[in-house]
Write a protein that binds this ligand. Structure first.
Ligand code: NAD
Ligand code: UDP
Length: 347
């Protein structure tokens, strides 16, 4: 099949592209590299069935050959990322989603929209099942992301109901793994890179908040199952790993697995409205798709640590772009790229 992956140079997207290629598909990766990285797809570029189009899907899409499948993963996903580009985040999940839905309609393609557990906000139901409507502030500090994703879901369902489009929504719960940008700013990346560099490991708040972390290979297989299952048409499905731990427990695991001597530094809570509990109810995914996460947390963390060990090249010279920021905050070179894009647009 011909498969378009919007956001295909990101962490989940590039792993998805690789898996789709290995299944024999022709893959078109569309990405503006706002948070994704060319290095994630560098090895794929050598394959004749892989095509990369650098493009911002907020704007009119280039003409493509007829697609069979469209995966929509394009959106900043980390709290520091979407906080820095709030309007772009709202636009890619609204205008960008509309463009891909219209394209799917025109091409007769099937579409999968990646939403998020953030649509449940700071949840009052635990674990979170798909019928829970969430506890979200439509003007809060995370609203550019969670409300954007809620709008994207609503738009997708409107295309399903009124235009008969074959589309589905997946709510992804925290997913980690190789190919994350080292300056991404999310929990696993921060803690692993800090532990490997022997720097203090940053815990926002007291570390008692919980998350349930899913390894990327599990997420990729779940996305493909959701796309290929006819029973998922018009449905909303949680995908994630239901093994729940506190942030402090994850930090202890990472310190042990990296054999690091780093200490913990407790700072103020993260971006406001930081959800205190998060764990997916995955019954629907099991029943509808026959899918469940299989990779244990220690195994997934070990794979991710190995990836970052190589990337940071601890035995050699560290790339300048990865140098720790002097004041202890996360260094994010891609922000410079966004400023550059803004400048280009305004001039
Ligand atoms: P990521 O930042 O690594 O990947 C997102 C990709 O989208 C990047 O390559 C980025 O450059 C691209 N992108 C952003 N805006 C774009 C635009 N306007 N046009 C074209 N490309 C654009 O993040 P990820 O963790 O791989 O997340 C992938 C998707 O899954 C996102 O939609 C995210 O909201 C969703 N999601 C991820 C998680 C998670 O824990 N990783 C959780 C919930 C939802
Ligand atoms: N967090 C932390 N230290 C970090 C980064 C994140 O303690 O260096 C916490 C953050 O406050 C949140 C949890 O880890 O409670 C998960 O944060 P992440 O940014 O990975 O994603 P979120 O689930 O908030 O979207």
């Amino acid at each position: 099949m011909r498969v378009l992956v919007a956001g295909g140079a990101g962490m989940i997207g590039s792993n998805l592209c690789e898996q789709l290629l290995s299944r024999g598909h022709e893959v078109f990766c569309v990405d503006n590299l706002v948070t994704g990285r060319r290095v994630n797809i560098e090895a794929l570029l050598a394959q004749p069935r892989f095509h990369f189009v650098q493009h911002d899907i907020i704007h009119e899409l280039p003409a493509f050959a007829l697609m069979d499948r469209i995966f929509h993963l394009a959106s900043p996903a980390s709290p520091p990322g979407y906080t820095r580009v709030p309007i772009e985040t709202l636009r890619v999940n609204s205008e960008g989603t509309r463009r891909l839905l219209e394209m799917a309609e025109l091409h007769g393609a099937r579409l999968l929209y990646t939403s998020t557990s953030e649509t449940y906000g700071d949840p009052l139901q635990h674990p979170q099942s798909e019928d829970y409507r969430g506890n979200v502030s439509c003007t809060g500090p995370r609203s550019m992301y969670d409300e954007a994703k809620r709008y994207g879901e609503a738009l997708t369902m409107a295309f399903v109901r009124t235009r008969g489009l074959d589309a589905r929504v997946v709510r992804i719960f925290n997913t980690y793994g190789p190919r994350s940008a080292p300056d991404d700013g999310r929990l696993v990346v921060n803690l692993i890179t800090q532990a490997l560099r022997g720097q203090p490991m940053t815990i926002y708040g007291d570390g008692s908040q919980t998350r349930s972390l899913c390894y990327v290979s599990d997420m990729v297989s779940g996305l493909i199952c959701a796309m290929e299952s006819p029973r998922a048409a018009g449905e909303v499905v949680n995908l994630g790993n239901a093994e729940e731990h506190t942030v402090l427990e994850f930090a202890r695991m990472i310190r042990e697995l990296t054999s690091s001597t780093s200490g913990f530094v407790f700072g103020p809570p993260a971006v406001g409205d930081d959800p205190q509990l998060r764990c997916p109810d995955t019954r629907k995914a099991r029943e509808l798709l026959g899918w469940e996460a299989r990779v244990g947390i220690r195994e997934g963390l070990t794979q991710t640590i190995n990836y970052f060990r190589k990337l940071l090249d601890l035995d050699g010279v560290r790339p300048a772009a990865l140098a720790p920021h002097q004041n202890g905050t996360v260094h994010r070179p891609w922000l410079k790229r966004i400023d550059g894009l803004r400048h280009e647009r305004s001039s």
